[in-house]
Design a protein around this ligand. Sequence first.
Ligand SMILES: N[C@@H](CCC(=O)N[C@@H](CSC=O)C(=O)NCC(=O)O)C(=O)O
Length: 285
Amino acid sequence: MTNISLLSKSKSFNGEVRRYSHKSTSLSCDMKFHVYVPSKSSTPSSVLWFLSGLTCTDENFIQKSGAIQYASQNNIFLVCPDTSPRGITIENAEDKWQGPGFGAGYYLNSTTDKYKAHFQMFTYITKELFELINKEFTDTININKHSIFGHSMGGLGAISLFIKTNGQYKSVSAFSPISNPVNCDWSLHSFKEYLGTENKEAWLQYDPCHLLKNYDGKPFDLLVDQGSADEFFNDLKFDNLELACKENSKINLIARLQDGYNHGYFYISTFIKDHIEYHSKHLNK
Ligand SMILES: N[C@@H](CCC(=O)N[C@@H](CSC=O)C(=O)NCC(=O)O)C(=O)O
């Protein structure tokens, strides 16, 4: 018995863009997500997860990134989750697009009384939705071939989820990630609200720079693109990311400062082909 409801589908590059809804047990609310299903092939598709940034839903990437063409060419099944629980009430909610709140789940499991009932995005992405995709599309995908990438808050999420799940994903990359959230006022504010105002150790468990500096697993590549004209450049701490990776010989950082590009989807769509081909190479090793 299926646990997902099809909301829409459209043919695209010989495959299908589909939007589904389901009742999330980890978030205790109804959630939506998009997938791209490549055209039928004798080889099961590899799976590539994209984690979106602040203010996004499951629609921004699939509509604006230009990824579908390259996913089709590389037999890649795309998964585009939402960025927070939806349709619930947050008592005394804050009206800040950087969070905490809707569109700003930071891909972490909240422990504070105000948010913990619904803001469990780490578990939602890495367990609940991961298992749902493997179950519902088991005839289409290779359940052992998943990779992950993301943008901004989603770049933070891709790097932290990759490291914290010990090999669940074959490869990782990021566009303009929030690399050091504990050293940026607005992301630290969300971390304090989600994880506790004095709980520095908990914040660090979701901070890419801290995780990269202290990583002690199998060596891996990390492709990161960063626009030089990014309006959030000083908040994203690209330099701290480079330093954290330089200090750890297990991480092969491929850092690309892209001259003149800003933070938005026109920049993402310029380099999306490179990222999809990077993941395809790692998924087909
Ligand atoms: N203040 C604006 C800007 C919000 C913004 O730029 N969001 C980015 C991600 S930022 C870090 O995670 C984004 O992806 N926006 C969606 C898009 O389609 O561009 C606002 O309030 O929107």
